[in-house]
Each structure stands twice: as structure tokens, then as C-alpha cells.
Design a protein around this ligand. Structure first.
Ligand SMILES: [Zn+2]
Length: 450
């Protein structure tokens, strides 16, 4: 499948030949390379990629809401003109885009907005395959609540946000009251029977189907890697990591939601960029019990293959390959385009400082359970859970793992990753691994750090 970028290059080149006399831009570096739009409920991003650095001025106008951006010392070209037709009719924030040469040296962009927004405008220096990027993010005035993604667990589609909140409060108070309320009913309760999974025992008296009895609703944060400007690894056959991991993650959510007492939320549910820190914050804002980041990575050797599971390391990485993978995954913010002005370095530091041995130990147990199950549907890259300094695994209070489902750089595995039946197998294996972990490590009341 041809990427948007390749497609645009072809279209762009054709238009360029038609509209601009040969040689007109020969010595001209001030040229747009690509324009992209990433509409999502959370925010819509507009990216203008340019050969040189962009200087700009901007202002918001009310009644109706419009964002005006003047790009200075620039001429309108055919690539930039493409921006207007790139707008998706369902874009949550942008109604229409107008582009014109305002005066001899200024290109004016006008974004007609559907409602009042909180815009963020910034530039990103060239990195990886990208040249200079000029970015406009349209955020809603009131940010999207990650709790809303838990709505899907409800059987009743009409269940509202306030009902979810009530259910969460109830779950929380049930947890707090566990000791008192349980004793009269089950005097003989011991630790091991708090959570029970009916194993394949012939005499299992109570449960017919395997199920987990939870003291409270367990929430799993599923984190599909990459997204938007950050494609992740790209296979030789044109498969994007960001797309396959989203597909697997959605299936994983569906599998977890089927397990009684468990529900899942996604840190992203579409093709848009989410900073690493935001992924962790989202998990914490729903008091997630687990954080599971889903990836499909690449290696220099196309023969490298198999599934791997990683957890955070307090000290060094457990192998050179683990370190290499962690560095690649941690580059996501730079490639995806994080607004440096907007990052909360204080929070990032707190998360970093509080990483605990306890979290890592729990993560290792979770990793073992998941890796064992992945071994049933795919070969394993390494027989053991590996460790390295993954930025996305640094929630101090949530057991966190990063799964490299397979190597997208391996042609055989790339094909399998793109296959819905195999995506489903992977999702089921991971979900069962998670259930296995909870069977052995029942969720307990936690004191949130916030
Ligand atoms: Zn990845």
C-alpha cells in the first residue's frame, strides 16, 4: 500500500510541473515538502513540512471562531494548496481551511473552526526523515476525558459518563471496605482464595467457565505505540507499526472487556500522536492496574523475529538489543512531534524519581505470564522478559510492560502482523496472559499517588 506521503509526492510533483515553469524554483529552498492533517477527538494536528525554517505570526478571532496564521517570507505553492482538500469533513475542530498569498511575502492560512479551541503552535527541527515541521494543534476548550473510553465496557450503550464515575466510586469504596464486609460472609477467606480462577481441575466445584472473581473492577490501560506523525517501524511490504498495533490493541481491549471484572481503556483510539508522558498520565487518570504498551518493531537484520516482552530497568539494559529497542521507542516523542514548550518536565521528573523496585517486580511477573502465552501463538525472540529504560513504562505505581508482538522488519512476520486472524490470536494470548497474572496476583486496594 502506498503511503500518504508517497502518494502526495507523486501528485505534488505532477502539479508542480503543470503550474510552475521549470527553473522558477531552481535555487529556491523555501518549498513545502508535504502537508498533513491528523484529525482526532482529542485534538486535530496540522503539519506543514518545509525545506527551510518557517517564521510565523498568528491570532484567534471570535464570532465565528477562526485561527489566522501568517507564514512570513514565503510564496504559496501547490503543495501548500493541497492543505484545503486534505481536511476531513468529520474533523472535530476544523470546518474549513483557506490558503492565499496575502501580500508579496506572506502566505495567510485561515482555519474556520467548529468551536472555540485551545491552539498550540510550534515548530520542530528536522529529525529522522522529516524536514522542518510547522505544527498547529487544535485542542478542545475542555479536554477529552479518558474515562469516556471505558464506556465501551457497558452493555448498555446509553450508560452515561456520570454513571461511569459513580461505578468507579462504588468500585473504589468496595475496595476500601473489603476487610470489614468480607469477614461475616466468608470467614475462612485467605489470601490465595481472594481471587480464584477455576483451573482445569476435574473436581472444580463452583465455576463451570474460567473466570476471575475480582474484589473490584480491574482496569487495564492498553497503549498502542506510535501514531500520527510517528509511524513507528515500517515493513518492506509497506505495513506501518502504528496501524497494526492499533488493530491488535482494539482486539485486546475487546478480549479484556469480555473477562468478568475486567475492563480496558486505550491511550489512543485513532491515528494521532500521543506523547509518551501523556500515555502514562492517561493510565494514571483512570487508576489503571496495569499498563500494556503494544508494539511491532524492526531490526537491522530482516531475519530477526519472534515476540518479546520488556519491562523497565532501574539500572542498565539487560542486553544491547533491549537498549537499542528502548532508544528507538523513546525517540517517539521527537519523531511524533512533542511540543517542548508544553511538556511538564516537573511531572516527568517525579515519574522518573519514583520508579520502584516493587513496580518492576510486579511488571516482571506480568511480563512472564504474557510472554508464556505469546509463545503459544508465535515463536519467542528471547525466552525471558528483558529490561531497559523505556520512558513509557515509568509509572511508579502501575505494573507496566511493553510487548513487541513481532518484527515488522521480518517479511514473514510482517505478513502475519497484517493478518486479522493473527492479530486476534495475539490479542487473545495477551489477554489470557493478563488474566493469568491477576489470578496469581489479585488486585489490592492501592493508594493513588495523585
Ligand atoms: Zn514501537
Amino acid at each position: 500500500m502506498k503511503s500518504r506521503r508517497d502518494l502526495l509526492k507523486t501528485v505534488g510533483a505532477g502539479m508542480l510541473l503543470k503550474l510552475i515553469p521549470v527553473g522558477a524554483y531552481a535555487a529556491d529552498l523555501v518549498k513545502f515538502v508535504d502537508v498533513r492533517l491528523w484529525p482526532a477527538d482529542e485534538y486535530t494536528r496540522v503539519t506543514l513540512e518545509h525545506a527551510g525554517a518557517i517564521k510565523y505570526k498568528h491570532f484567534l478571532i471570535e464570532n465565528p471562531w477562526r485561527m489566522v496564521i501568517d507564514l512570513l517570507d514565503l510564496r504559496l505553492d501547490s503543495t501548500l494548496k493541497e492543505l484545503t482538500s486534505r481536511l476531513h469533513p468529520d474533523d472535530p475542530y476544523v470546518q474549513q481551511i483557506r490558503v492565499a498569498q496575502y501580500d508579496a511575502n506572506t502566505v495567510r492560512l485561515v482555519f474556520d473552526l467548529k468551536a472555540e479551541v485551545k491552539p498550540e503552535i510550534f515548530t520542530i527541527d528536522p529529525i529522522a526523515e522529516y524536514k522542518n515541521r510547522f505544527v498547529v494543534d487544535f485542542y478542545p476548550k475542555k479536554s477529552v476525558d479518558p474515562l469516556l473510553s471505558l464506556l465501551d465496557k457497558s452493555e448498555d450503550p446509553a450508560m452515561r459518563e456520570d454513571e461511569i464515575s459513580r461505578a468507579l466510586r462504588l468500585a473504589e469504596s468496595e475496595t476500601k471496605g473489603t476487610d470489614k464486609s468480607d469477614k461475616p460472609e466468608k470467614p475462612a477467606v485467605d489470601k490465595s482464595s481472594k481471587t480464584e480462577v477455576a483451573k482445569a481441575q476435574p473436581n472444580a466445584p463452583v465455576e463451570k467457565k474460567p473466570s476471575i472473581e475480582m474484589k473490584r473492577m480491574v482496569t487495564v490501560a492498553i497503549d498502542p505505540g506510535h501514531g500520527g506523525e510517528d509511524p513507528g517501524a515500517v515493513g518492506k511490504g509497506g505495513t506501518y507499526e502504528k496501524n497494526v498495533v492499533l488493530a491488535i490493541s482494539k482486539r485486546l481491549k475487546a478480549e479484556i472487556d469480555k473477562i468478568p471484572g475486567m475492563r480496558a481503556m486505550l491511550t489512543r483510539n485513532g491515528d494521532f500522536f500521543v506523547p509518551l508522558n501523556t500515555r502514562v498520565q492517561k493510565a494514571r487518570s483512570v487508576n489503571a492496574d496495569l499498563f500494556v504498551s503494544v508494539h511491532a518493531d524492526a531490526f537491522i537484520r530482516p531475519t530477526a523475529g519472534g515476540s518479546s516482552v520488556y519491562v523497565l530497568s532501574e539500572r542498565g539494559a539487560s542486553s544491547t538489543a533491549a537498549k537499542w529497542i528502548a532508544n528507538k521507542e523513546n525517540a517517539s516523542d521527537l519523531i511524533g512531534g512533542v511540543n517542548i514548550k508544553g511538556t511538564d518536565s516537573q511531572l516527568a521528573k517525579v515519574l522518573l524519581d519514583l520508579s520502584t523496585t516493587a513496580q518492576i517486580n510486579d511488571s516482571l511477573k506480568l511480563g512472564d505470564a504474557v510472554l508464556g502465552n505469546l509463545g503459544k501463538v508465535n515463536r519467542l525472540h528471547k525466552p525471558k522478559v528483558e529490561q531497559a529504560g523505556f520512558a513509557v513504562l515509568k509509572a511508579p505505581d502501575i505494573p507496566s510492560i511493553l510487548i513487541e508482538t513481532a518484527f515488522i522488519s521480518n517479511p514473514e512476520e510482517e505478513k502475519k502482523l497484517a493478518n486479522p486472524a493473527h492479530q486476534q490470536e495475539l490479542a487473545e494470548a495477551i489477554a489470557q496472559g493478563i488474566a493469568k497474572y491477576f489470578a496469581k496476583n489479585p488486585p489490592v486496594a492501592r493508594t493513588p499517588l495523585t
